[in-house]
Design a protein around this ligand. Structure first.
Ligand SMILES: NC(=O)c1ccc[n+]([C@@H]2O[C@H](COP(=O)([O-])OP(=O)(O)OC[C@H]3O[C@@H](n4cnc5c(N)ncnc54)[C@H](OP(=O)(O)O)[C@@H]3O)[C@@H](O)[C@H]2O)c1
Length: 231
């Protein structure tokens, strides 16, 4: 339903859009996405590896199933999609890979250890292939979003999250700008840029910020657990 709405919105703006529905962890779906794009448009200019999720839990309580889901979706599928699309871009001597990480990689905390591990790996993978792709004129961007209002927090396990989130449409605007004017890293919202610099320079401030994030998330998880749902 949401996908149909997106397609209609894009079409109403005068562009073309198609959707391939499926689990990005499955190789068959990965192949279908690439084949469909090739068949319809003959080329792939931009790949945005966006599909992803985090499951909030302290590491000792994290379910094995959730560990697999996060690694397979956030990292393995992203690497596989990149591997499948790059030959097409190399053939055209043109292309742009945008990998979605998270600003939490600069604030590693105890509630999202596995999620952050996958997203830190996304950063390092992007940094490495950027070096390889430079001579071919293919751009590689890592995006580090702050908290945006999507289904992320609900999927993470926060039932009634009251965190301050930014409007996701503003993140989308910044991603479009990155396609027009590529750069290696995008930290959004922009107000997070000085904060990230401070965290890098001042470890004690970083520790305080992380403690605050952990406290907020702990409180939210406790609040959610205490809410009785109707039978
Ligand atoms: N929102 C934030 O605060 C925030 C901050 C930093 C980074 N991020 C990152 O931003 C990206 C987008 O997340 P979001 O915030 O937009 O959350 P979201 O509203 O939960 O969207 C996640 C998207 O990923 C898709 N997805 C998840 N697993 C999939 C799978 N196995 N196969 C195919 N599609 C799958 C979901 O599809 P379905 O709806 O069909 O499940 C959904 O479209 C993620 O990589 C996330 O880690 C989000």
């Amino acid at each position: 339903m949401e996908l149909k709405k997106v397609i209609n919105n894009v079409k109403n703006l005068g562009s073309k859009a198609i959707a391939v529905v499926g689990d990005i962890r499955e190789e068959e779906i990965q192949n279908k996405i690439v084949a469909t794009a090739k068949e319809k448009y003959r080329r792939i200019d931009v790949l945005v590896n966006n599909a992803g999720l985090g499951k909030a839990a302290e590491f000792v309580n994290q379910l094995d199933e959730d560990i697999d889901t996060m690694i397979d979706t956030n990292l393995k599928a992203l690497i596989k999609m990149t591997r499948k699309v790059l030959p097409i871009m190399l053939n055209n001597n043109n292309g742009h890979i945008i990998n979605i990480s998270t600003s939490l990689v600069f604030m590693p905390n105890k509630i999202f250890s596995v999620y952050i591990a996958t997203k830190a790996a996304v950063k390092n993978f992007s940094d490495s292939i950027r070096r390889e792709m430079k001579k071919h004129g293919i751009e590689v961007t890592t995006a580090f979003p702050g908290p945006y209002s999507t289904h992320f927090h609900e999927v993470a396990g926060f039932k009634n999250a009251s965190f301050k989130c930014f409007e996701v449409v503003r993140l989308v605007d910044e991603l479009v700008k990155i396609i027009l004017m590529p750069k290696a890293e995008l930290i959004v919202p922009y107000s997070y840029n000085p904060l990230m610099k401070i965290l890098k320079l001042l470890p004690f401030v970083k520790n305080l910020v992380i403690m605050k994030i952990e406290r907020l998330m702990d409180l939210q998880l406790k609040k959610d657990r205490s809410i009785k749902t109707a039978p």
